[in-house]
Design a protein around this ligand. Structure first.
Ligand SMILES: Cc1cc2nc3c(=O)[nH]c(=O)nc-3n(C[C@H](O)[C@H](O)[C@H](O)COP(=O)(O)O)c2cc1C
Length: 308
């Protein structure tokens, strides 16, 4: 093994911790640049008054046409949080956080409004409405996350609601037209929040038009973000990456990848991400089931089109 290869027993896919600047032009910029996900929470309950401000920040978020097509399920019950943690990939912080918020697209409320007031309604048949509602939901969630930070709380998003859409529908009595998007665990941080390194702004921001990076620029950008982390080769990791490569790109590609790993003497970060963590073969499976779930939740834009 090469000397500088880290014996990474627990690889942290959340990235590298970063030092923060001392000076900022204002408190909002400081809050945004010193934010970080929180996964260790105090047992302390969140006072109702604080929650109210946070929810007001969420409901005041921008939303397409100001339609606010989202709902938030507030979960404080201990047993429900425990069950939720099990369903969402056994992530401990879901049960430890005193409050979990489930953000859902909600076209049910608007459909009912249209029904009651006698108005035409096709939003659940429309990709456009789904797309905008998804954005509205996430924007409200981020307003809430930032408001929480400003009140001395911490939070972490949970994306693994994708593993349990149907159970969530049942557990929280979600009517058709309501679709879970993301969970946010909320509470008082147990320790100081770490700030993670991000890509440089000139990698993310393109002047006037999209600029593709050269291979070297691309490698440098990611090496800088991840401090050129080198992950130790173990037979299990190698086998797993080989199997994933074979499944998605065939035998030849698997050979090429393993050869590169052995030549380098380490597993690099992108090989780790898609070969060992968000494994490329599993992540690309189950799409049919997701589409079926969408339909079963009352969103029919995939097969029903209202043209003209
Ligand atoms: C849509 C989304 C889903 C996420 N899902 C999870 C999750 O399931 N579990 C978790 O611990 N963190 C989750 N995170 C948090 C990310 O891991 C975190 O934002 C990332 O590592 C960067 O770290 P930072 O938030 O501290 O900057 C999620 C974040 C987002 C935006």
């Amino acid at each position: 093994m090469k000397k500088d290869v880290k014996k990474t027993e627990r690889i942290d896919h959340h990235g590298i911790k970063q030092k923060v600047k001392a000076k900022y032009p204002n408190e909002t910029i400081k809050l945004l640049l010193e934010r970080g996900s929180c996964r260790l929470f105090k047992k302390k309950k969140i006072p109702k008054k604080i929650l109210k401000y946070i929810f007001e920040a969420g409901t005041h978020a921008p939303s397409g046409g100001n339609l606010q097509p989202f709902s938030i399920i507030k979960i404080e019950d201990k047993d429900t949080r425990k069950k939720l943690a099990e369903l969402c990939g056994n992530q401990k912080w879901i049960k430890d956080a005193p409050v979990d918020l489930l953000f859902c697209i909600d076209l049910y409320r608007l459909k009912k409004w249209a029904e009651v007031e006698i108005a035409p309604f096709t939003a659940t048949n429309s990709f456009h409405h789904f797309w905008i509602s998804f954005q509205d939901t996430v924007i409200a969630a981020q307003n809430i996350s930032t408001a929480a930070d400003s009140m001395g709380l911490g939070s972490v998003y949970i994306g693994t609601v994708t593993e349990c859409f149907r159970q969530l529908k049942k557990m929280f009595k979600l009517p058709d037209g309501v679709f879970p998007v993301v969970l946010l665990c909320l509470g008082f941080p147990l320790k100081k929040i770490s700030v993670r390194k991000k890509l440089d702004i000139d990698i993310i921001v393109h002047d006037e038009e999209y600029k593709k990076l050269s291979n070297d620029e691309l490698k440098n950008a990611f090496n800088k973000k991840y401090n050129s982390i080198k992950i130790e080769i173990t037979p299990e990791r190698l086998n797993r990456i080989e199997r994933v490569c074979k499944n998605v790109h065939g035998e030849k590609f698997a050979e090429k990848c393993i050869k590169k790993i052995n030549k380098n003497g380490y597993i690099n970060m992108v090989q780790y991400y898609y070969g060992l963590h968000y494994v490329a073969d599993m992540m690309a499976s189950g799409n049919e089931e997701f589409l079926k779930i969408l339909k079963d939740f009352g969103f029919s834009f995939l097969e029903e089109r209202n043209e003209g």
